[in-house]
Write a protein that binds this ligand. Structure first.
Ligand code: FAD
Length: 413
């Protein structure tokens, strides 16, 4: 008889694991607490026939496992590659921040500091991981790219992402991002599927169902018990259990394994649909500490407005502590709070068509030490965990979720 397996969480980790295990003829059930599956990659209709991810998303050319899976699912012709563009908000203006010539014009640094920023950034990106993986990001950036660039650029951006944990963030986190962003071509190229990630999710679901698997949404798993050599989940017996949720949540559900917990930052993404183009760039960094969001990500400046009824779609993104009071505010209150800063960054009321607020408790693991196990972890007999907190040296990502789901599925029979 085929082994019965329960997967808890239908984000991209749970769905890809469901796909790989159901292909191996295991009897798979994926449980999801929300009505919609997809987790952080799930989508929402923000305006008439404009469907977009609740949180900004793109992929990198180096995302091998993602590209392979897209191909296997027969949707690779949907994946489009675009040249990205960046800016930085300084003195109430967005300034281009993509090319060497942009960096050389950056007004907040003198020539020597600009050269250090560029040359040091290049040297740091080429370092072997083993030579920097004991360093903290702040120390490494100051050492290679100069204290001034830390003070004016990286320090505030780190602080807006990691708050008081900034000083403890590993250098490897920054090193990986430098390498992923630049890629082998030295240009920042990003991928996004035509029409968004919703088709990708639909196709994976279809494959799981075709392979005999089940997806049970709108059911939060509250407890998992040991039962007859296996486990009881939602009143059913399973031979294997796979958690794809943070350790903090696993420990509430299953008492027998004390999984090491990792701190996370929560995130708020305010999606705005606008009549007109807002900025000239895709990724607009906001190092100003008195503005709550760290970035304005103008999605339609990456992929164009054609698929979005000729409207602009952008994300204002903020990373916060869960305990932060902002977090418990209603969508309207969050919108109003952000609105106070719209004038400063040039968003006119008359340009706004609609908005949508997304919040996630578990948005960014705060990695202050190298995880003891990378990828997946066995937490009890026939019980495993994969989640974005066990990824190293890369940052959380769609590709990493797929990669480790595949590696885990390979060892299960
Ligand atoms: C703001 C933001 C921007 C990002 N941008 C990018 C990007 O550009 N590129 C990129 O590659 N990655 C990006 N990521 C990261 C990427 O979204 C994640 O790495 C990936 O989606 C994680 O998938 P997951 O399945 O591991 O986790 P999740 O998506 O969190 O899925 C976990 C699922 O488990 C469910 N669940 C939790 N508890 C229970 C329970 N008790 N019972 C049942 N179900 C439960 C949750 O509802 C959720 O659906 C971004 C993330 C954020 C927050």
């Amino acid at each position: 008889m085929n082994k019965k397996v329960a997967i808890i969480g239908a984000g991209i980790s749970g769905l890809s694991l469901g796909y790989y295990l159901s292909k191996k003829k295991l009897d798979v059930t994926v449980f999801e607490k929300e009505k919609e599956v997809g987790g952080l990659l799930s989508t929402i209709e923000v305006d008439k026939s404009i469907r977009i991810e609740k949180f900004y998303h793109h992929v990198f050319p180096s995302d091998k496992e993602f590209i392979e899976l897209f191909d296997k699912l027969g949707i690779s012709e949907d994946l489009r590659w675009y040249k990205s563009s960046n800016s930085i908000f300084v003195d109430n203006k967005f300034l281009p921040f993509s090319k060497i010539s942009d960096y050389l014009k950056f007004p907040e640094l003198n020539l020597l500091s600009k050269i250090r920023l560029l040359v040091g950034g290049y040297i740091l990106s080429k370092k072997k991981l083993t030579s920097i993986d004991k360093l903290k990001a702040e120390i490494a950036i100051k050492k290679y790219m100069g204290k001034k660039s830390w003070d004016k650029i990286w320090g505030p951006l780190f602080y807006k992402k990691f708050g008081e944990d900034t000083k403890d963030i590993l250098a490897s986190w920054f090193w990986w991002r430098l390498n992923a962003k630049l890629g082998s071509s030295g240009k920042e190229i990003l991928g996004y599927p035509k029409g968004g990630f919703s088709k990708f999710i639909k196709v994976i679901i279809k494959e799981i169902l075709n392979n005999g698997g089940k997806i049970v949404s709108n059911v939060a798993i509250k407890k998992v018990f040991r039962n007859k050599g296996g486990y009881e989940v939602n009143g059913d017996h399973f031979d294997n259990v796979f958690f794809t949720i943070p350790a903090t949540e696993i420990n509430k559900i299953y008492n027998n394994a004390k999984v090491e917990e990792i701190k996370y930052k929560a995130a708020i993404n305010l999606i705005l649909v606008l009549k007109n183009v807002q900025t000239k760039w895709y990724w607009n960094n906001i190092p100003e500490l008195d503005i709550p969001f760290v970035g304005v990500i103008e999605h339609t400046n990456l992929v164009g407005r054609n698929d979005y009824n000729n409207k602009t779609v952008l994300y204002l993104t903020q990373y916060i502590d869960k305990k932060d009071i902002t977090y418990i505010n209603t969508d309207d209150e969050i919108f109003k709070k952000y609105k106070k800063y719209f004038k400063e960054i040039g968003i006119l009321d008359s340009n706004i068509v609609s908005y949508f607020v997304s919040v996630s408790d578990y948005a960014q693991p705060v990695l202050i030490k190298k995880p003891t196990r990378v990828g997946f972890q066995k937490i009890d007999k026939n019980m495993y965990k994969i989640s974005m907190e066990d990824i190293y040296p890369e940052d959380r990502g769609i590709n990493q979720a797929i990669k480790y789901a595949k590696q885990l599925a390979d060892i299960i029979s």
